[in-house]
Ligand binder design. Sequence first.
Ligand SMILES: *[C@@H]1O[C@H](CO)[C@@H](O)[C@H](O)[C@H]1NC(C)=O
Ligand SMILES: *[C@@H]1O[C@H](CO)[C@@H](O)[C@H](O)[C@H]1NC(C)=O
Ligand SMILES: *[C@@H]1O[C@H](CO)[C@@H](O)[C@H](O)[C@H]1NC(C)=O
Length: 155
Amino acid sequence: MKSFIFVFSLIAIILTVNAVPSQHNKRGITFQSCPNHNPLPVTIKPDPPVANQLVLFNVSGTLTKDIIMSEITSLKVYFLDKSLIEISRPYNQYFNKTYNVGTLFTMAVNVSVPNLPDSYIIVVSVGDMFGDSFSCLYAGDGNADSICGHYCFTF
Ligand SMILES: *[C@@H]1O[C@H](CO)[C@@H](O)[C@H](O)[C@H]1NC(C)=O
Ligand SMILES: *[C@@H]1O[C@H](CO)[C@@H](O)[C@H](O)[C@H]1NC(C)=O
Ligand SMILES: *[C@@H]1O[C@H](CO)[C@@H](O)[C@H](O)[C@H]1NC(C)=O
């Protein structure tokens, strides 16, 4: 009986391990917030993005410490390879309205998806034209410290 259970568990483990890679490409993308940044929910459509098509990024929420200033604050999107090299021109769209601290805002933008390598990283940031990023989120296989250190500065 014991060995039967053992073999059964082993088969279950093998099946589980095999199931992971095949699900990988269909699974949606999860964004994580960089440390010391205002986390914001980001949704994308389609999820995951498709190479050479448009993907709609929707960032909606409130900043708890910073003001979004019209024509000064922007939403930036970067597609990076696993060495953190940009694989397309960064997307940068300025807000056209000012939102005070704690005010709900929504910014939905269509971004061109480049040719995607097997492994890539997306960075979404809300910040000002002086390089200060208020909210910064990333998705993909990469080291949070180096991604956030390279693309998400706070002053
Ligand atoms: C973006 O998300 C917000 C909050 O969920 C929603 O109200 C809004 O309709 C969305 N915009 C688009 C263009 O999908
Ligand atoms: C401001 O930006 C929003 C999208 O963020 C857009 O729907 C709207 O048309 C823009 N308004 C003006 C006056 O440009
Ligand atoms: C994004 O593109 C889709 C498909 O072309 C379009 O229906 C939608 O209105 C666009 N949304 C924005 C915010 O540009």
